[in-house]
Write a protein that binds this ligand. Structure first.
Ligand SMILES: N[C@@H](CCC(=O)N[C@@H](CS)C(=O)NCC(=O)O)C(=O)O
Length: 202
């Protein structure tokens, strides 16, 4: 299999963490890709031009992070991205929330990057509000994740990648302020080897 990625993408990081947590590094060749360039070969593979993209050994090209994770879960028994039984649905609900935070973070970063004359303060405030509401919610939820054996399923991976992107792209945003549970949880999670090995860089 091949995974097309960039070192800065939190979506690609999510897939990379899933792969590493399952010990599947040897099954996947990482291919560094160029986004936002009309000459990029990525466009032939994935017309929307986004990463991550998985090329399966059978030649199927899968885009969209969660579909890639679903493929990995269905095809590799070491991949446990959601708990089983009735615990699966609350975990999916949590993953929805974490996806909202990740999307909001990425959109906020993009809005902030617009040059001053075309910067849209309303759009920036909207995304900031979305991100802060999600972080407030995770502050409450993460009270139950204090123990070392706390789950590291897909919702926690998505949340970690979102917080990582926030710290990487908007370092002036002190999301830790007023969020001691989440902050302590993130410090612990950031020490996992799968998180250290996928820290974003330009
Ligand atoms: N919904 C997509 C979002 C992926 C995404 O936005 N990737 C960004 C990198 S973080 C990208 O490739 N952007 C390139 C572009 O916007 O042209 C997913 O879940 O995989």
């Amino acid at each position: 299999m091949k995974l097309y990625y960039t070192t800065t993408s939190p979506f690609a990081r999510k897939v990379r963490v899933v792969i590493k947590e399952a010990g599947l590094d040897n099954e996947v060749t990482l291919v560094k890709s160029i986004v936002r360039d009309p000459q990029s070969s990525l466009l032939q593979l994935n017309p929307p031009g986004k990463v991550p993209v998985l090329e399966t050994s059978g030649g199927i090209i899968i885009s969209e992070t969660n579909y890639i994770c679903a493929y990995l879960e269905a095809n590799f028994e070491n991949v446990h991205i959601f708990p089983g039984g009735t615990d699966r649905w609350p975990a999916l609900a949590l993953e929805g929330l974490a996806c909202g935070l990740l999307e909001g973070t990425v959109t906020w970063v993009r809005a902030m990057r617009a040059p001053e004359p075309i910067r849209n303060p309303k759009a920036i405030a909207l995304e900031e509000g979305r991100v802060i509401r999600c972080i407030d919610t995770f502050e409450v939820l993460s009270r139950d994740w204090r123990v070392a054996e706390a789950p590291f399923h897909l919702p926690q991976i998505t949340l970690s990648c979102a917080l990582g992107a926030l710290s990487f792209r908007l370092p002036h945003v002190d999301w830790r302020e007023g969020h001691p549970n989440l902050s302590a949880w993130w410090d612990r999670i950031s020490a996992r080897s799968t998180m250290i090995e996928t820290v974003p860089f330009e």
